[in-house]
Design a protein. Structure first.
Length: 584
């Protein structure tokens, strides 16, 4: 998982606030939570929009609710270390539930709210969860995913149905009086991998990992408790869990949430975050949205005029809701260099970082430094080296304990000396900075014996505003080719032949542009354009919106020979629209 970081503290103005003691990054999460409960009791901790209203919790109020829920969980007399799932989109209750599970002596199981009911049920069963906190999810039939023997607590974001409402438990249960702590080597959570290369695996992390997460985040964010962050990327994913949840427990800042996709813009503007995490798809939309209002060449011209530059930058960032951000980050996939440079043109210093579900956030830049194309240098206590085949190997206290019920998988993922095999190809420069160059398993060899790293080519294809997703194929073929999905653009074109011809011309120009920057053996022979969207629901994307390459290849392989035989540079593979009259 690559993470690009945008830093603009100087432009936004450094915020002020009492920093915690210098040893805070070595404290465990529950200890930090109790610290803020005492020292920031009346400061707002959580802000949650719900049903047209906005609710706030101070640190004292939020931890009080967690104490009440923890007392109720303890009263169920489950064995210590039992697994309790959180199946929900992000919310204030997600955070309070996680705290409660830890206080009660149990292990939280983070399950993506974007999963289908079948996918969620599979993970609930695999994790041996005894209970489940259930909130808003993408699948309206999610209730059918819950095994009948599970105790279900409903967040206020959904109608409880047969589940026990969170609020009824809070109202009826006195708060836990003691402040239990958990050992560094105790299991804290299970996070499932995204499943890009097979069935998701449950990575178990100890509380010691959260110490490492906190240290890594503080290295970039700093230690100011007056920060503001917006939580909307899945808390079931390592990036949000390590860079946001671990950070808020450690640093004690204010955390905002999003009610829905429809309210995202308003929720972002309400938060005016000082630190903002995102994914490439959203940042690309931000970029494209700016260009729709101010064409690229005009914007570039305005930014070259000293007297206008500052005004234009402030106006754009204010419109995006990022005018107060001194740090922004993109995770889950690599951000194209053009988008990186776009944000820099707005006065934001964009740098990169790196991490995985199994390893935590191992590489972050020191706040004042940046090196385009690199993901930073190793964080505190992180060891990294490159294997003979070019694979990045890492070892630190953030490494997972094991895969739940799959220890064999961990054994094959570790070197004899305990380094985790990331599956990423990389290079380390003289200063120790890491550059990710591709994936070991995604790399393939053509029939001419040349190796291709598809991710580097795909990164450029995704820059086109109509390309919603892409995948490069070509194993054992003379030359690679790419498949792109452009469902929205083709829906706009409909059966208008002129519009379709214009789009085809754009794709030909994109093909020529991409090939001009590639080595001869890397150049794409043709582009396949499909109108079938690739989504989590149809199985082509993981919950973190990564492409399931093997699934797409299995579904498309029967067409490879036919596509190759057509001799066209643009090949149409349409399921909802008739193809244009001619191919090129």
């Amino acid at each position: 998982m690559a993470i690009e970081v945008v830093s603009n503290r100087a432009a936004a103005g450094a915020v002020t606030g009492a920093a915690p003691p210098q040893t805070f990054s070595e404290s465990l999460p529950l200890e930090r939570i109790y610290h803020w409960e005492r020292h920031r009791a009346n400061e707002i901790f959580l802000t949650q929009p719900i049903k047209g209203e906005v609710r706030n919790w101070t640190w004292a109020q939020a931890v009080d609710e967690s104490r009440r829920m923890a007392a109720w969980l303890r009263a169920q007399h489950w064995p210590a270390g039992s697994h309790i799932a959180i199946l929900s989109k992000n919310s204030a209750w997600w955070i309070m539930a996680d705290i409660a599970v830890w206080m009660a002596g149990h292990v939280s199981v983070a399950i993506y709210g974007s999963l289908t009911a079948a996918g969620a049920r599979e993970q609930l069963l695999h994790s041996d969860s005894v209970a489940c906190f259930l909130g808003h999810t993408d699948d309206k039939d999610i209730a059918s995913a819950i095994p009948p023997n599970l105790v279900v607590i409903a967040f206020p974001t959904i109608e409880p149905g047969a589940a026990t409402p969170w609020e009824s438990i809070i109202e009826a249960t006195p708060p836990m009086a003691e402040s239990p702590t958990r050992g560094a080597d105790e299991v804290a959570t299970i996070m499932y991998t995204s499943g890009t290369t097979g069935a998701p695996k449950g990575a178990r992390h100890c509380f010691r990992s959260f110490q490492g997460f906190a240290a890594a985040t503080t290295r970039v964010v700093g230690a100011n408790s007056e920060e503001r962050m917006l939580s909307y990327l899945p808390l079931a994913h390592i990036a949000e869990r390590a860079l946001l949840e671990a950070a808020v427990f450690n640093i004690g800042f204010r955390l905002y949430f999003v009610e829905s996709l429809e309210t995202f813009r308003a929720d972002l503007r309400r938060a005016r975050p000082t630190v903002f995490f995102s994914v490439p798809r959203l940042l690309l939309k931000f970029q494209q949205g700016v260009y729709e209002k101010v064409p690229r060449r005009k914007l570039e011209r305005l930014l070259r005029i000293p007297i206008l530059r500052g005004i234009v930058r402030r106006k754009i960032l204010t419109e995006l809701g990022l005018d107060q951000a001194h740090l922004a980050a993109s995770g889950s996939a690599a951000l194209p260099m053009e988008t990186l440079l776009f944000f820099r043109s707005l006065g934001l210093n964009m740098v990169e970082g790196y991490g995985m579900t199994e390893t935590g956030i191992t590489h972050t830049p020191k706040a004042a430094r940046s090196k385009p194309g690199y993901v930073g240098d190793p964080g505190p206590g992180v060891e990294v080296k490159i294997a003979e085949n070019g694979e990045v190997l890492v070892r630190s206290r953030m490494n997972l304990l094991d895969y739940y019920k799959n220890r064999e998988a961990l054994a094959s993922a570790l070197t004899d000396d305990g380094f985790f095999k990331t599956g990423d190809l990389g290079e380390i420069d003289s200063e120790g900075w890491l550059k990710i160059t591709g994936r070991v398993k995604e790399q393939f060899k053509t029939s001419k014996g040349k190796y291709i790293s598809p991710a580097l080519i795909e990164k450029h294809l995704t820059l086109h505003p109509s390309v919603e997703g892409c995948c490069v194929f070509g194993e054992n073929m003379p030359q690679p080719f790419a498949m792109v999905t452009a469902a929205a653009r083709l829906e706009q074109c409909g059966q208008d032949r002129q519009a379709r011809a214009a789009f085809e011309a754009e794709m030909l120009a994109l093909l020529d542009e991409i090939n001009a920057g590639l080595q001869p053996w890397e150049r794409l022979r043709f582009l396949v354009i499909t109108d079938e969207p690739w989504t989590v629901a149809n199985g082509f994307l993981t919950p973190t919106l990564k492409l399931k390459r093997s699934v797409l290849q299995a579904a498309s392989a029967i067409w490879f020979e036919d596509w190759s035989s057509r001799g066209s540079r643009i090949v149409w593979h349409l399921t909802h629209h008739a193809p244009p009259p001619t191919g090129r």
